[in-house]
Design a protein around this ligand. Structure first.
Ligand code: 9UX
Length: 69
């Protein structure tokens, strides 16, 4: 299991945190997602054989937030 922290910008409230958490956990291979509103980031535990940080960033962007590399 790997861990990565990705940037998640544009979250305004706890609902955003919940939404981003759900988006990340819905990805096959993601086992844990800890999203920080104040930190504008998400710490993700994942199986690198199933999912990449790039795919996580794409999912966050598709949900309407910014996730610059
Ligand atoms: Mo809060 Mo976020 O009302 O998209 S859920 S701003």
């Amino acid at each position: 299991m790997n861990e990565v922290t990705i940037k998640v910008e544009g979250m305004s409230c706890g609902g955003c945190v919940r939404n981003v958490t759900g988006v990340l956990k819905a990805l096959a291979g993601v086992s844990e997602a800890e999203v920080s509103l104040d930190g504008a980031s998400a710490r993700v535990s994942y199986d690198p054989a199933q999912v990449t940080p790039e795919q996580m960033r794409a999912a966050v962007e598709a949900a309407g937030f910014d996730s610059p590399a």
